[in-house]
Design a protein around this ligand. Structure first.
Ligand code: GSF
Length: 202
């Protein structure tokens, strides 16, 4: 199978960290495509009409997206411990944590587009301020939860790690670690995992 991707995308990182954690990394070929909301790449849009990455193209030609669908698909492929629990409280907690992290990534990517793609005269300060508030409040929620993060990560933890890695990559100046010692400690430990080291954004 082939992943249409960019090494800078946090949503792609979530997929690749899971792939490495579940031993599927070698089974996924990668094709770099351009993922721009104002300059669609036909190699991507003919697979995903939304023009977004990650997009996983299976050997039979079927295209899977978005990152949540791809992660659940990959999690059913390997024979090991599931990262996406099949049912019960563990499932809903893991998927909600993934949704929080994905939403923080979405807000961060949105600010990045606002600051890099939107012409200066068209930028909207109120928008950026409120997207950053979503990230701040999400970080505070995660700081409260971090002490209870289980030693066995689920898809929610993988998504949180991808989101925090993206903040380091693109919003280092905002200093998310300040006042969040428990989340910082968890992330430093999680970042030592081979799956995280192998997928560090460039
Ligand atoms: C979001 C993917 C996304 O926004 C998912 O996979 O979970 N809900 C989707 N990807 C960005 C690239 S990024 O992660 O920086 C993307 O493809 N942007 C291009 C666009 O047209 O918005």
């Amino acid at each position: 199978m082939k992943l249409l991707f960019s090494p800078a995308s946090p949503f792609v990182r979530k997929v690749l960290v899971l792939a490495h954690e579940t031993g599927l990394g070698e089974r996924i070929d990668r094709e770099v495509v351009r993922a721009s909301p104002i300059d669609p790449d036909p190699r991507l849009t003919r697979r995903n009409p939304l023009g977004k990455i990650p997009c996983l193209v299976l050997d039979n030609g079927q295209a899977l997206y978005d990152s949540r669908v791809i992660c659940e698909y990959l999690d059913r492929l390997h024979g090991g411990r599931r990262f996406v629990p099949g049912d019960g409280q563990a499932r809903w907690a893991a998927l909600t944590r993934e949704a929080l992290a994905d939403g923080m990534m979405e807000a961060a990517v949105g600010v990045r587009y606002e600051e890099t793609l939107r012409p200066e005269e068209a930028r909207w300060e109120v928008w950026t301020t409120n997207q950053k508030l979503k990230i701040r409040d999400g970080l505070d929620w995660l700081e409260d939860e971090a002490a209870d993060f289980s030693a066995l990560p689920d898809i929610g933890h993988v998504a949180v790690a991808a989101a925090l890695g993206y903040l380091d990559f693109r919003f280092d100046a905002d200093g998310w670690r300040e006042g969040r010692p428990k989340l910082e400690a968890w992330f430093e430990a999680f970042s030592e995992r081979p799956s995280m080291r192998a997928t560090k954004p460039v």
